[in-house]
Design a protein around this ligand. Structure first.
Ligand SMILES: C[S@@+](CC[C@H](N)C(=O)[O-])C[C@H]1O[C@@H](n2cnc3c(N)ncnc32)[C@H](O)[C@@H]1O
Length: 239
């Protein structure tokens, strides 16, 4: 298995060999999406092609059960997850779809005073829905239009794959880890986006710091499945 030890994230990309898992992921994603791959990669969002491929592949190899996405935006990662997963998985896409600028402080402040159900046309909500229709995945996705911390109370199933790409502030990531990671099943996956140490100018990289400080790496419950510079996938080891 490729790990961050064999393919350290600190090494410039040009000097790192392509991990075999990444090659497999690219091949799997090409086989699933075929000629539509380029079109899927053009869905608005921040997901790099290799990150999208990894998500698609891991959705295809994770255990049966729910796949939970925290942070859908306009549906780019939703499409790669839904296209990769098996019929025995169901995707739960959690996002309040109220922000006009991703994670901006102004939006967060405004959200506190807004009606979560409103759709000004400027948020990700309408585009997200048309993305699901365009890619014919509406039936595979349970939309949960809430913040992850509010959605948690209604969810207590064991999770086969958890994709955390919502609020990237340190405290928010810690909260998502605390709320959702314990639900992952043995051999289930936890994937994080924006794990680059310099991500978005947050000192120290808020997502990376939150993962490290959460204790999940030291718990012995998780192994690194594949770490790219800006995405990290861990797998819960069987007891
Ligand atoms: C970086 S975008 C997600 C990008 C998406 N995964 C993609 O591939 O294009 C972050 C999203 O998280 C949502 N978000 C912010 N805080 C959240 C929270 N606490 N729970 C769920 N979603 C959240 C925002 O509304 C935004 O759409």
């Amino acid at each position: 298995m490729a790990t961050d030890i064999k393919h350290p994230a600190w090494l410039p990309r040009a000097f790192r060999p392509t991990p075999s898992l990444l090659r497999q992921s690219r091949a799997f994603t090409r086989s699933v999406l075929g000629a539509d791959l380029d079109k899927a990669l053009r869905i608005p969002g921040w997901l790099h092609a290799d990150q999208a491929a990894l998500l698609c592949y891991v959705a295809g190899i994770c255990p049966d059960g729910p796949i939970v996405e925290i942070g859908s935006f306009k549906g780019k990662s939703t499409v790669f997850l839904a296209k990769g997963m098996k019929a025995t998985n169901k995707l739960y896409a959690i996002d309040p779809h109220i922000f006009t600028k991703i994670g901006s402080r102004q939006d967060r402040a405004a959200a506190k005073h807004s009606d979560n159900g409103s759709d000004s046309g400027e948020t990700s909500w309408s585009t997200f829905n048309s993305t699901l229709e365009t890619w014919v995945i509406t039936d595979k996705v349970n939309i949960i239009r809430k913040f992850s911390y509010d959605a948690r109370a209604d969810f207590d199933n064991a999770i086969a794959m958890l994709w955390i790409d919502g609020d990237h502030a340190y405290d928010a990531v810690r909260k998502d880890i605390e709320d959702w990671v314990p639900l992952t099943m043995p051999n289930g996956f936890v994937a994080f986006h924006d794990t680059h140490p310099k991500h978005l100018g947050y000192p120290g990289g808020s997502v990376l710091s939150a993962i490290k400080d959460s204790g999940m790496l030291d718990s012995g419950d998780f192994e690194s499945f594949l770490q790219l510079r800006n995405a990290w996938i861990l797998r819960r080891v069987p007891k």
